[in-house]
Ligand binder design. Sequence first.
Ligand SMILES: Nc1nc2c(ncn2[C@@H]2O[C@H](COP(=O)(O)OP(=O)(O)OP(=O)(O)O)[C@@H](O)[C@H]2O)c(=O)[nH]1
Ligand SMILES: [Mg+2]
Length: 347
Amino acid sequence: MFQIRPHFAYEKVINWFPGHMAKGLRIISEKLSSNVVRILNYIIIIYIPLSAINLKFEEIAGAKDRVIVYNKTDLADESVQEQIIKSFAKYRPNQRVIFTSANVDKNVKSIIKIAAAKAKEDSIQYSYVTVMVVGMPNVGKSTLINSMRSIGVHKGKAARTGALPGVTRSVAGTVKVLENPSVYLIDTPGVMIPHISDPINSLKVALTGGIRDHVADLEVMADYLLWRLNQFGNFSYVEKFKLPGPTDDINILLQAIGKRIGALQKGGAVDLNNSAMFFVKQYRQGKYGRYTLDDVSPEGIEAHFTQVVDPVLSKNQAKKLEWAKKTEKRLERWRKKGLLKGKNSFN
Ligand SMILES: Nc1nc2c(ncn2[C@@H]2O[C@H](COP(=O)(O)OP(=O)(O)OP(=O)(O)O)[C@@H](O)[C@H]2O)c(=O)[nH]1
Ligand SMILES: [Mg+2]
């Protein structure tokens, strides 16, 4: 009889942090700490609304005014939006949350309005506002910039986009998306969580296209996808690939996919990697319905904020304070020894 595995066993963490991300993160941090950037547009892909929160951005953004944009709403379960709004109202009351489908310009105008309001609010000091767009790879940052530009100043594409993660390689120059008041955007390379700790979270990021496929294992991604579809009671793959019934065995499904699409090796054996890629790609295009892979029940979201996000942020905050104290003590010692003249400068 068909039975679903009670747990998905996966121990390996998929890490992907090429050099351009480290460099990008450093430049993002520098620009945020200067006064160049006044709003942070933080894009999160909606079908992993919690796993795609990169705490590195939270850490470096500090108190900077920010808009949380949940993009690709066309691919996720819409009922999740209400729960996300409620949770942000509770745990992050100062952060605005917007839901978009940047590829079809849906709800993008509201982000331009927020930026324009900020520029007007600060008009005595500034006559423009610069918004930096950050987020994990492949969430739609560059697409959103093009969409804002098309809506705001009716101009064509300024940023390169693509279906693979890692298309934008460096922090770009400013792109004007509105006149009077002037609103400028800065595109940035997608940055993965530097040391992702939960193997399943890393698998979800890979499955939803945040990690290059060659870094992750496509057959494991396909297996996880099958397991989740079975959990959701979505057995549409049975008819699609002419199986006798639902299965919890990825090998059975990949064999059927390979035969159906002709993904065969020289001797006639099924090419499992190509079959897995086909299955995963179809999922990314929304061909298996609109599912959200994180636990977005009120308890699930609460656990994420209180047990994952807040402890990491307060730990980092504590580290920064400790470091500042140590530096102050060291400076004091040097001052006493007469090595420092004014507050911080050497003799
Ligand atoms: N279905 C859907 N696809 C989208 C949406 N927004 C962007 N995309 C697609 O997602 C892919 C990635 O978009 P990009 O704008 O290049 O993503 P990015 O965040 O700039 O990616 P990196 O530069 O690699 O970090 C492209 O194929 C876009 O067409 C959306 O709202 N819905
Ligand atoms: Mg990009």
